[in-house]
Write a protein that binds this ligand. Structure first.
Ligand code: XIL
Length: 372
């Protein structure tokens, strides 16, 4: 996901508060009272354990170096039932030179997950970012056949390595760009240039051939917003999913990244209508990377943490209007380690735990809004 500079977009505090007022009163009151099933408070079971009681999975993205922080590792054990490597299965991490693979980071995470009875999900096989220099250079020169071979070797080797732990993969990540110059909306990527839009179904077919029992996911961001970008992204993804159905592409689920930016209004009925159509075609819907970015809101960040929960609550309600969300992952567990800090060093309220690993507002919002 491309993040604009923090100063790129500002809305006034009045507009932000007005948009919150549109949230139904009942929702607001329920949020305040913490009404709903499950258990609240610092001693309650973790989100993972509470989700499991409902046959659901809560998980978090993590990087293996973070496990050296013993307090953080303990918090992860307490809260998460699934891990996704934040970076350590991306192409530049696992395939740093042609034909040379490095799974050390992944194995550290898989060992931790295994020792603690956690599942893992895979992220991601084909993306326009986090690619090694050699791949970019090779794809510029490659014939169609050579480019296909490179993709095939990568997918086969990575799925072979991860097969015992990982049964669900983001195969292609972020293939559409609403701002694309192209009428068909495909993002300009190294793979698009080498193979045209057929690179996407190819990746799914290769993954399916390598391991026919895997659940294969298409993962993207910005699908819930009411602005033009959101509208266009929904159209593009919907048409893509329809074509995949028609052409029997082995694609099973849509992953909504859910990097939530409360300065952008949500699309309401248009978003739920989109989800209805997606589910109507038989695709599952999961939340793969939820976090909350308060940095674009006016006023001090700490003052926005509580009001922004209503935005998250409305989002969760919209998601669940058309069916259950069985799997939900946050992109990190604690504000101590969030990618948003690469852009906004003082970010707060982004994740279920605060920097001190205490349960924060988002923890309770997920509990009440998803598990309540
Ligand atoms: C991000 C990681 O969190 C960062 O550490 C890394 O520098 C860049 O990638 N959407 C995705 C994720 O699908 O892979 C991205 O992860 C965040 C946006």
């Amino acid at each position: 996901m491309t993040l604009a500079a923090p100063f790129a977009k500002k809305i006034s505090r009045r507009i932000f508060l007005q948009s919150l007022m549109q949230a139904p009163l009942a929702l607001f009151l329920a949020g305040c009272a913490g009404i709903g099933g499950g258990e609240s408070g610092p001693r309650a079971p973790g989100l993972g354990a509470q989700a499991r009681r409902q046959n659901r999975i809560y998980g978090a993205a993590v990087q293996s170096w973070q496990l050296k922080d013993a307090q953080f590792a303990a918090a992860l054990k307490r809260e998460a039932a699934m891990l996704v490597p934040e970076n350590e299965l991306k192409w530049d991490a696992v395939h740093p030179a042609p034909g040379r693979f490095d799974f050390r980071g992944y194995r550290r995470l898989a060992g931790f997950a295994h020792a603690n009875g956690m599942a893992m999900r895979g992220h991601c096989l084909v993306w326009h970012r986090s690619n090694p220099v050699w791949l970019k250079a090779a794809l510029v020169r490659a014939s169609r056949g050579e480019a296909e071979k490179i993709m095939e070797q990568h997918i086969r080797r990575v799925l072979h390595e991860t097969a015992p732990m990982i049964r669900q993969w983001d195969v292609v990540n972020e293939a559409f760009d609403p701002q694309s110059e192209r009428a068909d909306g495909w993002r300009e990527t190294l793979w698009l240039r080498a193979l045209g839009p057929g690179y996407v179904p190819l990746a799914y077919r290769l993954a399916h051939e390598a391991d026919p029992d895997l659940i294969l996911v298409y993962n993207d961001y910005g699908l819930a917003y009411s602005d033009r970008g959101g509208h266009r992204k929904r159209q593009l993804v919907l048409r893509f999913l329809e074509r995949c159905m028609r052409d029997n592409v082995p694609l099973h689920a849509l992953g909504l990244q859910s990097h939530l930016d409360p300065s952008r209004p949500l699309a309401g009925d248009e978003f739920t209508g989109f989800l209805e159509q997606v589910r109507g075609m038989g695709y599952a819907v999961l939340v793969t990377e939820l976090d909350l970015n308060l940095a674009r809101l006016p006023g001090p960040m700490a003052g926005n943490i509580t009001p922004a929960q209503h935005y998250v609550r409305v989002y969760l309600d919209m998601l669940q209007k058309t069916g259950a969300i069985d799997t939900l992952l946050t992109w990190g567990l604690s504000d101590r380690y969030t990618w948003l800090r690469e852009y906004w060093p003082h970010i707060e309220g982004a994740l279920p735990l605060d920097r001190n690993l205490n349960r924060a507002a988002l923890w309770e919002t997920l509990r009440a809004g998803w598990l309540g």
